[in-house]
Design a binder for this molecule. Sequence first.
Ligand code: SF4
Ligand code: SF4
Length: 152
Amino acid sequence: MRHGFAPGRICSHWEDQMRILINGRTVDEDFIERVEEISEQNIKRCMQCGTCSASCPMEADMDLSPRVVMHFTQMGLRDVVQGANTVWICASCHTCEARCPRGVDLPKIMEAIRLLTLRKNKDAVDPRQLEATVIDEAPQAAMVGCFRKLTA
Ligand code: SF4
Ligand code: SF4
């Protein structure tokens, strides 16, 4: 089963244009606990300073910036976070982690959110849909790395 987000870029700053309902029923406590458990991070440490977003080399291609992913994860907005392309676009470069003033390992949180999706057998990429030129020209190591990261 493919993951639900539209491939490619929806909007550079999707968060500025979307309205999100937050009430007692929208807060998914299980999502918060699972992300913290898998990542071994305390997401409440994030103070929303935005340093991660300002430092991220992939931010322009993300539906939600890293800061917003942290914010929405703190609010337990599972569907919004898992419906965005951000965790799949993240290159795990660790720039955000190195610069975070609160010591948050954001790449681990991105990884935890990816795992929660993949464990539901939802792939972020369908190998059968790849263009022939990509298959012919991409280095094998890159292909293997891609499938390990993006498929269940
Ligand atoms: S840099 Fe750290 S504290 Fe600042 S918004 Fe990002 S995760 Fe939160
Ligand atoms: S690890 Fe991911 S979120 Fe953090 S700076 Fe690198 S690409 Fe951006």
